[in-house]
Design a protein around this ligand. Sequence first.
Ligand code: ADP
Ligand code: GLC
Length: 485
Amino acid sequence: MNILLATSELHPYSKSGGLADMVAALARTLALTGNEARVVTPLYRGIQAQFPEMRREDWWFDLPLGSKRVQAELYSLRPEKNLTIYFIKQPEFFDRGGYYMENNVGYPDNGDRFIFFSKCVTHLARYLPWRPDVIHVHDWQTGLVPAMVLNQRAHEGWGSPPPVCLTIHNLAYQGVFPPATYALTNLPPEYFTIETSEYFGHLNCLKSGIALAHCLTAVSPRYAREILTEEYGCGLDGLLRKRQNRLFGILNGVDYQEWNPTTDPYLPAPYSLARLAGKKTNKSELQKDMGLTVTGAPLFGTITRLAEQKGMDIQLAALEEMLSADMQFVLLGSGSPAYEHGYHELARRFPAKVAVRFGYNERLAHRIEAACDFYLMPSRYEPSGLNQMYSLRYGTIPIVRATGGLDDSITDFTENKTRANGIKFSEYSARALARAIRKALALYQEPGLVLQCRRNGMKADFSWERTVGEYLRVYDVAVASGLPA
Ligand code: ADP
Ligand code: GLC
C-alpha cells in the first residue's frame, strides 16, 4: 500500500513528545513490511544543517492563506528503502526557536502555521506523481486535512481522492482558534458548522478531523473507550460516540532499534536479560554523574513533559511523603516552570537522594531508563505512553496509574502473579501513589520477584512489527468504506 503520513513532529528531525516517536516508527515499519510510506513534516530550525544530505525537490508551493498567498519549498530525504520524508520549508512559519511555543507561550499564529501546513499536505496528496492509497494524519495540527480533501473533491475537481485516517494522540489539544481564523482555510462555510469544525463559535481543528475523517484511531484500546466518556472526552465525547463505529484503539509500539539495552550507544554499560550485571553499572555511573550518593538503595526515575497530564502534582506530594525511606529519585523533564520549581526544591532539600535535570536530553533519557530500578508514571490520563514500554525493555519496573495505554500495557501482581510486569494503582491521589511506591520498596526486598517482574518486562514484545497489521486493517476499512459515515 502507498501511505502518505503527515505530522507536526517526527523523530529524529523534531520531537517534543511521543508523537514524533510513534509516526517515525510506524512509517519505518510500514516501509519494512513492503508498503511505501512517505511522511510530510515541517522543516524546523536546525534540521537542514543536521541533515545536509537532504535535497531540494523541483516543487514550489504557492497557496492561498485567507487573502494572502504563501510560498514554500519542498525538501526530501530517503532514509530507508520505501521511506521518504518530505519537509515543508517555510522559514517565516517554521524557522523559529520552538515548534509550537517559546518560553511557555504558544505562538499567536499557530492557526496560520498549521492551516498552511495542512494545505501543503493536501496539495502533495493530490499532485505528487506518486499516488497514496491512504492519507494518515495525526492530531490537531493536521485535523483540517479531511475537510480540505472533501472540499477539493466536492468543488475543485479532485476525482477520487484517497480516504483520510486521523490518529488521536491526545484529545486535550484540539487547536482551537477565534472564528476569524476560519477564513485562512479558504474553505466554504459548510465546513464551519456544528457538525464539522465549529465549536462554541470557534474553529476547532481536531473536531473537524474527527467529524470528517474516514477512520479514526486512538493510541490504545482503553483510551479509545475512555474518550467516549464525559470525563475523558474533552467536550468531544458526543461527536466521538457518533463516530464510534469508525474509531479503533491501537496501542503504540516500541522501536526496538532505538530502545534496546544491548545495543544502546548512549549507555556506559550495555546489558541484556542474560547479562543483567551491566544494569548495575549504569546505575552507579548515573548516580555519580548526577551527584547522588552511590548506593544500592532503589532508584526511581521519570522522564517527562512537566504537564498536568503526567500527574506531576501527586508525584511531588508522594515523593515528599516517601523520601524519608531508603530510596533515590531522578527526573528529566521540561515544561511548566511551577513544576520545575517544585522538583528543584526537592533536589535542594534532599541532595543525596534527589537529582533533577531540566530541558530535553535524548542521551540522558536513555541512561535514566537503563539505570533505574523503578519508573514512575502516575498520569492523570495517558493515551498510550511510551516510556512505560521502554522501561519494560530496560528491565526497569514501571509504576503506573491504571489509565489509557498504561493500563493496557502493564500487569500488576494482583491481576496475575506470574505475568506481572509492574505496579499499578487506580485512584488519582498522592496517597495512592505513595502506597504504590511503598509496594515497590517491599518488592525490592525480594530479589526473586524483582527478577521475575524484570524478566516478564524484558521479554514482552510491544514491537511495531506486531502492531503494524492493525493499522493496515484500518487503512483497508477506510479504503473500502467510501465517504465518512
Ligand atoms: P507524551 O507524548 O505524552 O509526552 P510519551 O510517553 O508517549 O508521552 O512519550 C514521551 C517521549 O518523549 C518519550 O520518548 C520520552 O523519552 C521523551 N521525553 C520526554 N521528555 C523528555 C526530555 N526532557 N528529554 C528527552 N526525552 C524526553
Ligand atoms: C501523546 C500522548 C502519549 C502517546 C503519544 C504518542 O503525546 O500523550 O500518551 O504515547 O502521544 O502516541
